[in-house]
Design a binder for this molecule. Structure first.
Ligand code: ADP
Ligand code: ZN
Ligand code: ZN
Length: 660
């Protein structure tokens, strides 16, 4: 009797077998209902065989095979297999996470058909610059696998390059997958794609879509109807029958990395997918990740550069570094920044004050006894949110009212220390009572709708001063914005995390790119106590290349990625001792001694040593050889799975971690 091998969404590295009388190999790639435990689950048929690993009598019969879509194709399984092996993630989890939630439900809701959106085309196409032409021609849309890094400052015309390549791919009958970090932050891009290709079917795939819409879009993409798929990281696993080109916009962005569940990099998976399908991939950024930059320098990726802004009148902004050691700050704002904002108000231009910390103040404290507002569940402080009078943990979501007096000593004179966007907004409003100030952060913008209306207000000139976090840094074009002030950049300069300068530089380049995109020249003022830091010199001369070279040199000397390859084993348990003891056991496993090219470090508590009442520790594994690390990890993982641990202990392996 035929036996199905079924992938299920379970944390187990194995498939599950079921009997199915009428099944044939044509059913591979279809979904199937199967009994599991006391209930039923939806799985995916990976193989149909005559004889399973278990005696037929021990196998349960499968339920209905679902035939509401074509079978998932071989290349889909090949990609899932790569991801499962590379990221040490159970194959079933990888396969099932690729499907929209509705298709995994045992009782699916009934669906209505969606309506197509009609869009008007925007106008005449710009004449390409010489650099754009070279970049476009470097990507042979019918020439097999190639990986190109498109390096160009904000406004240099990268999106125009994408659109022309989309056009070429569509003309050949292919589908295009355009990956973006956070679709909600870039409604302008979606609109631009839709209006450029009004006759084509464009769908978006991201986690904020309602479940039914996401399933509809996914099915349309899988059926080959959708020609352009605009998606966030999860869309990289969508099966696409005629995929001809992958574009990854803002390829350096950390949101391509999934930090929980299956921990993978959608950008890296995208490169593998392009290679598996023999199609081109284009990675675009004004500040490429140092991994991609090193790949381009080493000749593994092609490098295409757009040096100038596409609109020659849109000059790059002038960057001034303000030495705050010599300035008298008021609420963290220096006199030159105040004066610059005043000038913009007089000229009816917009200013942006960038501070990547939301809330009113990062902590509330008692000067009499030293009490601080700590989260009871995490090794973190509760952030003061004055706007809605709450103390809130930004890590676990715990929240509380604001005490009237110190909970320890009764002192009524407790203070907020440090500052976040709310506090800066409050002070600016007092300083510039006539100004219309708009605060833009995750507290003031919670949904895509709110974000779109916020963008409309900014574009409509309803704000003189914007105070915001990195939400404002991404991909927006505000024609009246001519001044960017940067507060609080110093924390990242000397952080223990050696990736912090790379992130800071990218963030500052991005936020600086907001100033002066149209005819009005922009100015950027960065406040710092370390004006001589080389990062600021590179920023002031818009010198990504020099910055990247210096960083890569440091990393090579220190033996950090991309010159070494890393994986992390993390354990969390109610007590730190238990988590560390588990990691010690993992360190003592025979597999560790047998893989000489892999070096393991001692277990240490994580930076956030306690999160939501669990203590967390980690152990770093490192090698100069990726194949050596990849050979070690599965053997190690299997051995770890056999270790004795309490049922409260959780562990996982993360490959190529971005945060240590
Ligand atoms: P990026 O994606 O690098 O930020 P865009 O593609 O959005 O750059 O281009 C920035 C601006 O310049 C846009 O308004 C775009 O329409 C315009 N633009 C792009 N290419 C050209 C060109 N070749 N000639 C004139 N304008 C262009
Ligand atoms: Zn006190
Ligand atoms: Zn917490």
């Amino acid at each position: 009797m035929p036996v199905l091998r079924v992938a299920l969404d379970l944390p187990l590295h194995r498939l599950f077998e079921y009997r199915a009388e009428a099944a044939s190999t044509a059913d591979v790639g279809l979904r199937v209902r199967v009994p599991f435990g006391r209930g039923e689950r939806i799985g995916v048929i990976v193989a149909v065989v005559d004889q399973g690993d278990w005696p037929d009598a021990q196998l349960k019969p499968a339920g209905e095979i679902l035939r509401d879509h074509a079978p998932l194709p071989d290349d889909f399984f090949a990609l899932c297999e790569f991801a499962s092996n590379y990221y040490q993630a159970p194959f079933g989890e990888v396969v099932l996470q690729a499907l929209p939630a509705g298709m995994k439900r045992v009782d699916p809701p009934t669906r209505r058909a969606g309506r197509a959106v009609k869009v008007r085309p925007a106008g005449v196409l710009p004449e390409l610059t010489a650099e754009q032409t070279v970049a476009i021609d470097s990507v042979a849309v019918d020439g097999g696998f190639s990986a190109q890094l498109l390096f160009g400052v904000t406004g240099s015309g990268k999106t125009e390059v994408y659109l022309r390549l989309v056009e070429r791919t569509l003309a050949l009958g292919g589908q295009v997958l355009l990956l973006v970090p956070e679709i909600n932050l870039t409604p302008q891009l979606e609109e631009r794609v839709r209006s450029r290709f009004p006759e084509r079917t464009v769908v978006s795939l991201h986690s904020e879509l309602a479940e039914a819409a996401r399933e509809r879009n996914w099915r349309s993409a899988f059926a080959g109807e959708a020609e352009i798929i605009l998606g966030t990281r999860l869309s990289i696993f969508t099966p696409l029958p005629r995929l001809g080109l992958i574009i990854v916009d803002e390829e350096h962005d950390a949101s391509f990395k999934q930090q929980d569940g299956m921990r993978y990099s959608a950008r890296d998976v995208a490169v593998v997918r392009a290679r598996q399908l023999s199609i081109p991939i284009l990675l675009g950024s004004a500040t490429p990740s140092l991994e991609s930059w090193a790949n381009a320098q080493g000749g593994r990726y092609g490098l295409q550069t757009l040096k100038e802004r596409a609109n020659p009148e849109a000059q790059l902004p002038t960057v001034h570094i303000i030495d705050t050691r010599r300035a008298t700050l008021r609420e963290g704002v220096s006199p030159p920044l105040v004066a610059a904002i005043r000038e913009r108000l007089a000229r009816e231009e917009q200013s942006l004050v960038f501070l990547n910390r939301r809330g009113y103040a990062p902590v509330l404290a008692c000067p009499a006894c030293g009490w601080v507002s700590q989260c009871q569940r995490c090794a973190a402080n509760l952030v003061l949110h004055l706007a809605d009078r709450r103390l809130r943990c930004h890590h676990c979501g715990f929240e509380n009212g604001i005490p009237k007096a110190c909970p320890t000593c009764g002192n009524q004179d407790i203070h907020p220390y440090g500052r976040g966007t709310q506090r800066v907004e409050e002070w600016l409003q007092a300083e510039f009572p006539e100004a219309r100030i708009l605060r833009v952060d995750r507290d003031s913008v919670k949904s895509r709708k709110q974000w779109e209306s916020m963008l409309e207000r900014i574009h409509g000139g309803e704000a003189d001063i914007l105070v915001g976090t990195q939400m404002l840094a991404k991909g927006h074009d505000f024609p009246k914005l001519t001044l960017v002030g940067v507060l609080g950049a110093d924390a990242a300069l000397y952080a223990a995390d050696w990736r912090a300068p790379e992130r800071l530089f990218a963030q500052l380049m991005q936020v600086a790119g907001r100033a002066g995109r149209a005819e009005l020249k922009g100015e950027v003022l960065v406040q710092t106590q370390y004006p001589d830091h080389p990062l600021f010199a590179a920023l002031a001369s818009h010198d990504y290349t020099g910055f990247a070279a210096a960083q890569l040199k440091e990393r090579e000397q220190a033996g950090f990625p991309p010159y070494a390859f890393q994986a992390i084993l993390r354990a969390e348990a109610p007590a730190m001792a238990e988590a560390v003891a588990f990691l010690d056991q993992a360190l003592a496993l025979p597999a560790v001694k047998e893989h000489e090219q892999v070096m393991l470090y001692d277990p240490v508590p994580m930076k956030m040593a306690r999160l939501a009442n669990l203590e967390r520790a980690q152990l770093l594994a490192e090698s100069y050889s990726r194949p050596a690390l990849q050979a070690f990890l599965p053997r190690w993982r299997e051995a770890i799975a056999g270790l004795k641990a309490s049922s409260k202990l959780r562990w996982h392996i993360e490959v190529d971690p971005l945060e240590l």
